[in-house]
Design a protein. Sequence first.
Length: 116
Amino acid sequence: QVQLVESGGGLVQPGGSLRLSCAASGSISSFYAMDWYRQAPGMERELVAGITKGGTTNYADSVKGRFSISRDNGKNTLYLQMNSLKAEDTAVYYCHALTQTFFNYWGKGCLITVSS
């Protein structure tokens, strides 16, 4: 079992930046893919950004050009750099990992609030 723990959330003003981290309790180098999802109040959980084992990335249209996902296999950590934050980015952000056998791991989430 691998545990995923998100950190770096909080309150930020519109236009500001935050970096989320997702620390894994074990090695992430073998994970097929790792992703960031988010869920706003009253909304379904949605994919924000993903990165494969090979380093291929994908982003939701709403965050392209503003968010950047990366992974450090040596530190067993996934990151999400978020710039030019907007009020509509307010949500609970979840770290997700998919193993080679298609088992899913989820973090407990961290809250990002974008407000002046």
